[in-house]
Design a protein around this ligand. Structure first.
Ligand SMILES: CC(C)(COP(=O)(O)OP(=O)(O)OC[C@H]1O[C@@H](n2cnc3c(N)ncnc32)[C@H](O)[C@@H]1OP(=O)(O)O)[C@@H](O)C(=O)NCCC(=O)NCCS
Length: 171
């Protein structure tokens, strides 16, 4: 996956590239700046900070079974403003767990959708056929985003919802 420049629905241009190990400290900084509500929606527990070992795990990816792409504002490529990630299930390697996070001040501009498109293209390249997402059942933003991407099999159990997105195969 190369770095790509993407024009968002809002008109903003952002850069999206694969995550790298050297992003660990910046990922921690970006996570700490998120609202409590966004942090909670991402991890579904109170997680005020990413520990060093979490940051290392989330950035030292192998780009095949675990991939993440990060978005930068074009005027400052040191600031991460969004991340989309998949982690393949070892027992069912056609499937991968999906997570998308956008900095609060960038939400609602089309960045989540752009990150999902770039991640999906990479997932298809390495043989992932389906994303599975687990989210809070009241998380209208991710549910809306994933429905736009074709989410199926939505189920709700208590406060949690799950769904799948079948990935298009290249023509
Ligand atoms: C979920 C999240 C990634 C969405 O990112 P975003 O950049 O705000 O979303 P986009 O602007 O790209 O919107 C994409 C689609 O999602 C839907 N959507 C976005 N925000 C929505 C909201 N508040 N309510 C309903 N639908 C919404 C819409 O369908 C939208 O498409 P459309 O308006 O063009 O039809 C972002 O809100 C976020 O980071 N939330 C906190 C972390 C989180 O909940 N992560 C998910 C855990 S898996």
């Amino acid at each position: 996956m190369d770095e790509v420049e993407v024009r968002l629905r809002s008109g903003d241009r952002v850069l999206i590239r694969p995550i790298r190990a050297s992003d660990a400290a910046e990922l921690q900084r970006a996570f700490a700046l998120m609202s409590e509500a966004s942090q909670y929606q991402r991890f579904m527990t109170g997680t005020p900070r990413l520990t060093d070992s979490q940051a290392a795990y989330f950035t030292a990816v192998d780009h095949v079974d675990h991939e993440a792409c990060v978005a930068h504002a074009p005027d400052d490529d040191s600031l991460i403003i969004g991340v989309a990630r998949f982690i393949r299930y070892s027992s069912t390697p056609d499937d991968a767990e999906l997570a998308v996070t956008v900095a609060d001040s960038w939400q609602g501009r089309g960045l989540g959708a752009a990150l999902l498109r770039v991640l999906t293209a990479r997932a298809v390249e390495v043989g992932v056929r389906r994303f599975r997402a687990e989210m809070m059942a009241d998380n209208a933003a991710i549910i809306g985003l994933l429905r736009s991407a074709g989410m199926t099999d939505e189920t709700v159990s208590g406060r949690l919802a799950t769904g799948h997105v079948v990935l298009a195969r290249p023509d």
